[in-house]
Ligand binder design. Structure first.
Ligand code: ATP
Ligand code: MG
Ligand code: MG
Length: 352
């Protein structure tokens, strides 16, 4: 049967592998780590670095289509495998989303609202950025940040120097702090034929910069739900996108502000596993394999809770709960901040 290659073997790669297997595909994971979560369920695991030319070529040659579970794959690695085998979502989505500044400019180009921002590369540009944007603000590395890593809060000019020291010369962006009523996200899918389908927006609550909980339906005006879905569709079309995309949004008094986009399945879409006939993982596999998109309409209300670090100690109690669907990632060691699994608490859909 056909083989789907997945760059990155974390929990997202694991759940993609399970969905691919369900649709009759074989999966091959590429991940430098020795025992990543996806390697337990995939058909094969290439354990090699992102600079291993022959491993990358062999991997690509053995796959019919390739996708990824994180957006920071080195460009040279993408060039190598892309010359051999199609990669979805395509390069444009990766280029735009792997740099926070490029991403914000792309979104502004579509006429979408983003946080006030300025590039920062040294003490002087940071001082100017703080003067222009004001405080509170957040200094973020332009590349490679996730789960709030590589971010420092700037409450005033005096916070500039310590924040800069922490950055140690890495290109950054200063973002004005958006006063939001809540955060929502849209998990949006686009097929190879241009068909678009969005899952219902969920409301997200973060703790220490890490997603804690997603609730669907999001308790927001239906007009905002519609705005969010239309906005996500515009991003998909502008990127000529194939696959699932996560769009994180702030709900403000002036409407929706885009926080960031992720060209992959997304943690805030895990509720779809128990809230829809076709979840975000199957939807992604369908899209990259050239199938029609499936039915992503919601049949239940769901609250997804991430199990992070020691949360996993509550497993026995959660395993005994009714209407709680557990999803565990098979990680041996529970470290602080480490995503160990999630639980979807499902209830019948309430009429709007
Ligand atoms: P991930 O990719 O895991 O979602 P990340 O490291 O890319 O996280 P962000 O999404 O940029 O981080 O920020 C994490 C959280 O911090 C946001 O969901 C939001 O709660 C808060 N935050 C980030 N930027 C801003 C901002 N400009 N104004 C207000 N809150 C913000
Ligand atoms: Mg991010
Ligand atoms: Mg985020």
């Amino acid at each position: 049967g056909a083989v789907i290659g997945i760059l990155g073997g974390g929990q997202l790669g694991r759940m993609l592998s399970v969905a691919a297997a369900r649709l009759g595909y074989r999966t091959c994971i590429y991940d430098p780590a020795g025992n990543p979560p996806a390697s337990h369920v995939a058909n094969a695991h290439v354990k090699a670095g992102w600079d291993d030319v022959s491993a990358l070529r062999d991997f690509a040659a053995g796959c019919d289509v390739i996708t990824y579970e994180f957006e920071n794959i080195p460009a040279e690695a993408l060039d190598l495998i892309g010359a051999e085998t199609p990669i979805y979502p395509g390069r444009k989505a990766l280029e735009v989303s792997s740099d926070r500044l490029t991403e914000k400019r792309f979104l502004e180009g579509l006429g979408l609202a983003v946080a006030p921002h300025a590039p920062v590369q040294d003490a002087r540009s940071l001082r100017e950025a703080i003067a222009e944007i004001g405080s509170p603000a957040i200094l973020k590395t332009r590349r490679l940040g996730y789960d709030g890593k590589g971010q420092a809060r700037i409450d005033g000019p005096e916070a500039a120097e310590p924040a800069l020291e922490e950055l140690a010369g890495v290109p950054a962006i200063l973002e004005g702090f958006v006063k939001f009523a809540c955060e929502i996200s849209v998990i949006a899918a686009r097929g190879a034929d241009g068909q678009v389908s969005c899952f219902d927006p969920g409301m997200n609550v973060h703790r220490n910069g890490i997603l804690h909980q997603t609730t669907v339906p999001a308790p927001i005006a239906s007009r905002l739900n519609t705005d969010a879905v239309i906005l996500a569709g515009r991003i998909l079309n502008a990127l000529d996108y194939v696959g699932v995309l996560g769009v994180e949004l702030f709900v403000t008094a002036d409407g929706l502000v885009v926080n960031e986009i992720a060209p992959r399945v997304h943690n805030s879409g895990h509720w779809t596993q128990n809230g829809c006939a076709v979840d975000q993982f199957e939807q992604h596999i369908r899209a990259i394999a050239g199938w029609p998109l499936g039915d992503g309409s919601r049949h239940s209300d769901v609250v997804m809770e991430n199990l992070i670090g020691d949360d996993i100690g509550r497993l026995p109690a959660m395993a005994a709960e009714t209407s709680a669907a557990l999803h565990l990632y098979g990680k041996a060691e529970a470290r602080p901040g480490r995503k160990m699994g999630h639980v979807n608490r499902v209830t019948p859909m309430r009429k709007a």
